[in-house]
Design a protein around this ligand. Structure first.
Ligand code: ADQ
Length: 768
């Protein structure tokens, strides 16, 4: 995995989690060593730590044990001591008896005890103090998960020089559930001590922002919460948004590719008696994981003779978890009784249809299991993400294997080519299991290919870059580095996001337009504020750019316009332009316009629906393109309200891609269409509109004032060319341009927009 260096700009990174990421291993001679421990959090952040190095503050796992700080690999571990009372009240009690069930849809009943809460507060305070003692000046503290939700606020009070990120690995509950918590306001205030709060899914982040607005004096502007100034603290902003966690997909694929792993996978099948189909479940033994529902569906399929016990084996790996908590002990008993019953009724001497393994395995063994399994069954009733699903997909380079996945796992947002199930619906689950065991290879391949793309596009580097990048940009804006955390020879704060500078000439010109009484901020989308990605629907505005645009859109005298070649529908797929941003949005290169309340501009520029003639023409054009290019592998045709776009980004052979583009242009010209060239796309339209014309129409309808326009593509040149000497045109990336200024990439665009916000509103969300 590459691309993380520079993320913290040489500042010290302090990881803070309930458990240290290590287990003690005692050898037969009594000596002990440490090794990294399994679990979602460790799996996800291990590669980051390997690259960046860090201090890690957390509990070593045994009560009443004092351990001196020690080093392991790239980490300096700072153990926090917990007494057996702490473990009982803070960890097993409030964390796992109150918060865990509350945050997981109250699948089990949460218990509310004041004593537990009191201890939770005290232990959180201890963690905060420990971080405050160890962190270098200006360090970045990254706090993990539900056990430590009060630490951000406590730490900020102790060490205002730190930049604080918090990531919640489990779901954040809907308001109706969260409100049951007697200490709800304290938790929200605790979290708001962070500069960036990361969640797994969009609904988690929305719920948090809604609740924060209700219980504190914050105001939500898009993904940003604005905290007003108080007597003891200045006003500031908190970014609260989703950063879906992932895995080091390449590392899993590498283990899967090894001949010894593949041999082990074959051996596993043999040890199981070479069944026709092997199904696999891998979970911590937790009541949220839906293991009971899975076993029930499996048992009913056997009982009803829908599957044959001699043909099929289900291997259930259940790693031991929280064994001192009552609900977990009960679950274990229940699962083990069910396993016994199923095998008792459906097994034979020498063959058990259900293999239950209650222990931890090495990564190599896990990967061999993934390779051996025809079907992976992931059926949580609620799960923040579920990394097991992603690991399975990452390992299946053979593009075979079926993933049955609960729609209540965060992973379902990205892996929508899995067989999605509602695990409460046992009939539906049985049907999905049957479909999975009978799925033809071709369908397996199609689904697996899509899922593999999703996992590789959003791997753990992408997650860490998104989260840490957001934290670092806050840090950078504070000038928090004062360099004492820097080692000799390491790059200074200047390289945090190395490319995200506002060049001096751009800064000077921004200052000139920033204070105009009326200002229009217009920008292209793809390649300008949203990095280019392989699948257009996966494109997302950089968090910092979104935050800046959201603040600008509500600033008096400023209008924000998005001018994109995408259709409005295509833009909505990216989560932008769907509602309430208060932006003017023009789609299809100026043919569509929305969010603009000046009706004159619509009439003057001829926006609206296609005419009857245009509609008929379009119909013919769509049919022809479909016939000629629709079957070409890698080519994607996108229908637009006024035309069609031919995307060749997924045609991997460059020459073939060029040929297909040329063929498309020939076809378009023959049909009399207006042709536009973009990066890996050719666009055809029945109407001659362009971004220049629409930008002119919008500015004409607004009070007189300067325009800032940012764009990266050839089609943005029309907009640059209508700008005057008092405006500012900024080209993103290389290539000829009519723009007078240039920045290298979307991160730099975000920096430009953040600088503009600061100049116009005084709100600091990151500048250079
Ligand atoms: P978990 O609830 O622990 O994580 P999950 O995301 O599935 O769940 O991660 C489990 C990890 O442990 C996987 O990497 C898996 O390979 C490993 N593992 C499981 N059983 C194992 C065994 N027997 N031996 C070895 N390794 C085993 C929490 C949240 C999730 C969220 C993660 C990360 O509950 O929703 O995805 O954090 O944020």
């Amino acid at each position: 995995m590459t691309g993380m260096q520079g993320l913290t700009g040489g500042r010290e990174l302090v990881m803070v989690s309930n458990r240290l990421p290590v287990d003690r291993v005692v050898a037969s001679d009594g000596s002990s060593t440490w090794r990294t421990s399994p679990g979602g959090l460790v799996t996800a952040v291990e590669p980051i730590v390997e690259q960046l190095g860090c201090v890690w503050v957390g509990w070593a796992g045994n009560a009443d044990e004092r351990i001196e700080p020690f080093e392991l690999g790239q980490m300096r571990l700072e153990p926090v001591e917990l007494s057996s009372d702490d473990v009982e009240l803070y960890y097993e009690g409030f964390s796992n008896g109150t918060l865990w069930p509350l945050y997981h849809d109250v699948i089990a009943r949460p218990a509310f005890h004041r004593q537990w809460w009191d201890r939770y507060r005290r232990v959180n305070q201890r963690f905060a103090e420990r971080v405050a003692e160890t962190a270098a000046e200006g360090a970045i503290a990254w706090i993990h998960d539900y056990q430590l939700q009060l630490v951000p606020e406590m730490l900020r009070k102790l060490r205002p020089d730190l930049t604080i990120g918090f990531f919640l690995h489990i779901p954040f509950p809907p308001r109706g559930i969260f409100e049951q918590l007697p200490w709800r306001r304290a938790i929200i205030n605790g979290l708001l001590g962070a500069d960036v709060i990361g969640f797994q899914r969009v609904p988690d982040a929305i719920s948090f922002r809604t609740i924060a607005e209700r219980y504190t004096h914050t105001q939500a502007l898009g993904n940003t919460l604005v905290l007003p100034a108080t007597d003891d603290s200045p006003g500031r902003t908190v970014l609260a948004q989703e950063f879906p966690i992932s895995i080091d997909a390449a590392a899993f694929a590498e283990v899967a590719r090894r001949p010894e792993t593949q041999a082990r996978a074959r051996e596993i099948r043999e040890e199981l008696g070479n069944p026709k189909r092997m199904m696999l479940g891998v979970d911590r033994l937790d009541y949220t994981k839906g293991i009971r529902h899975r076993l029930k569906a499996f048992e009913e399929l056997l009982t009803d003779d829908e599957i044959d016990a001699s043909d099929i084996v289900l291997v259930q790996v259940a790693s031991p978890s929280r064994e001192r908590v009552d609900a977990y002990r009960k679950l274990r008993d229940e699962v083990e009784v069910t396993v016994g019953r199923i095998n008792g009724e459906h097994g034979t001497i020498g063959h058990a249809p259900l293999v239950y393994l209650h222990r931890g395995y090495t990564r190599e063994e896990m990967v061999a299991l993934y390779l051996a399994a025809d079907v992976l069954v992931v059926t949580p009733l609620r799960d923040g993400m579920n990394l097991v699903a992603k690991e399975y997909v990452a390992c299946r380079e053979d593009e075979q294997g079926v993933l049955v996945l609960s729609e209540f796992a965060g992973a379902a947002d990205e892996l929508n080519d899995a067989l999605l199930v509602n695990p409460h619906d046992i009939e539906g689950l049985k049907a999905a299991l049957l479909r999975a065991v009978h799925m033809p290879q071709e369908e397996q391949r199609r689904r697996m290919r899509q899922m593999r793309r999703a996992v590789h596009d959003n791997d753990v580097a992408h997650w860490a870059n998104g989260f840490l990048g957001s934290v670092a940009s806050v840090s950078e804006s504070r000038g928090a580095s004062h360099a004492s955390g820097l080692e000799e020879g390491k790059t200074g704060p200047i390289s945090i996001v190395p490319q995200a500078f506002v060049p001096r000439s751009v800064g000077d010109r921004l200052r000139r337009i920033a204070t105009a009484s009326s200002l229009l901020v217009a920008t292209d989308f793809d390649g300008t504020i949203a990095p280019i990605v392989r699948r257009p629907q996966d494109a997302r505005i950089l968090p910092r750019a979104r935050q800046a645009l959201e603040i600008l859109a509500t600033a008096p005298g400023v209008r924000v316009a998005l001018l994109t070649g995408r259709s409005l529908d295509g833009l909505a797929q990216t989560g932008t332009g769907t509602s309430g941003e208060g932006w003017i949005i023009s789609g299809s290169h100026g043919s569509e316009l929305t969010g603009f309340d000046v009706s004159g501009v619509m009439a003057a520029s001829g926006f609206g629906e296609p005419t009857a003639d245009e509609a008929e023409w379009l119909h013919r054009v769509n049919r022809r393109f479909e016939r000629v290019l629709g079957g070409e592998p890698g080519v994607r045709l996108e229908r637009k309200p006024f035309g069609i776009a031919v995307h060749t980004r997924e045609v991997h052979d460059e020459e073939q891609s060029r040929e297909l583009q040329a063929a498309a242009v020939e076809l378009g010209l023959a049909e009399g269409l207006h042709v536009r060239e973009g990066k890996q796309v050719r666009e055809f339209s029945v109407r001659a509109s362009n971004k220049g014309a629409v930008l002119q129409s919008i500015r004409d309808a607004l009070p007189v004032g300067p325009v800032l326009f940012l764009g990266d593509d050839v089609t943005d040149e029309d907009a640059f060319s209508v700008l005057g000497p008092d405006d500012l045109g900024i080209k993103v990336g290389p290539g000829e341009s009519a723009a007078t200024e240039r920045v290298p990439d979307p991160a730099a665009v975000a920096a430009v927009l953040a600088r503009l916000v600061e100049l116009r509103t005084g709100i600091v969300i990151g500048s250079d």
